[in-house]
Ligand binder design. Structure first.
Ligand SMILES: [Zn+2]
Length: 244
């Protein structure tokens, strides 16, 4: 006798339910470790998590929660202290403004890079979003044009310095086909210049990487603000900072 189609359907349904329960269990275990276990182990190695959400007291948040869910939001305590101070200063000066961070570091293992950022391997680095405004109305925005924070490039004007013009590197992505999606916004020069001044003024911050045209446009031509070169990711979609 052949197998009953009804029994086959019941078995299939049982398998789907079993798989669903297993996946939910794995996700629950991962989430519990993310909230309870990982922060504890990270603190032994001297790293702390940046906040998951902005609050009135600490207006600092990730560009999206994926960075926290993947544990890419860990830094040395000094980085968090500095960012908290700057975020509060920015929010006091520009009400409603939140400082947005992108990739930081993994919770542990010095020397293990947070790909594709080869240098984010010791808790001392973090990427910040520029501030943006509507390109037409000039209204200040509290979000980034790109949902992941990266790849919306603030292009240099023809009259501005362009050291990488005509140079190709497999690490310097341009994503020309994506740029029209972000054309409704541009970097807010006023708030971003103030942010850079705040970063420059922090003695613990050793190095700030942005593209040369923004360094001059935003009046931040000091030795601490540097250019990463043409054989690395562009920095006109984010600001890279490093503490001592
Ligand atoms: Zn970086």
């Amino acid at each position: 006798m052949g197998k009953s189609p009804l029994l086959d359907r019941i078995h299939l349904r049982q398998n789907i339910v079993r798989w669903g329960v297993n996946i939910l269990l794995v996700l629950a275990l991962y989430f519990i470790s993310l909230i309870v276990l990982i922060p504890g182990i990270a603190s032994i190695g001297g790293r702390v998590a940046l906040p998951w959400f902005a609050t009135p007291d600490l207006p600092l948040r990730p560009v999206n929660l994926g960075y926290c869910l993947l544990a890419r939001n860990y830094v040395r305590p000094t980085v968090r202290t500095v960012l908290a101070r700057i975020a509060r200063n920015m929010s006091t000066r520009y009400q409603g403004t939140t400082v947005i961070y992108l990739d930081a570091n993994f919770p542990f293992l010095n020397g293990f890079p947070l790909l594709p950022h080869l240098s984010h391997h010791d808790g001392s680095k973090v990427d910040l979003a520029y501030f943006y405004r509507n390109a037409t109305t000039k209204e200040r925005l509290n979000t980034t044009p790109s949902p992941i924070g990266y790849w919306a490039y603030e292009q240099p004007q023809p009259s501005e310095v362009q050291p990488c013009q005509g140079k190709k590197s497999w690490l310097r992505w341009n994503f020309d086909w994506l740029q029209p999606l972000f054309a409704y916004t541009g970097v807010d020069p006023e708030r971003t210049e103030v942010l850079l001044k705040e970063l420059i003024a922090e003695p613990e911050i050793q190095k700030i990487l942005i593209e040369p045209h923004l360094k001059f446009r935003l009046h931040s031509d000091v030795p601490k603000v540097r250019f990463q070169g043409c054989s690395a990711a562009r920095h006109d979609d984010h600001i890279h900072i490093q503490v001592q």
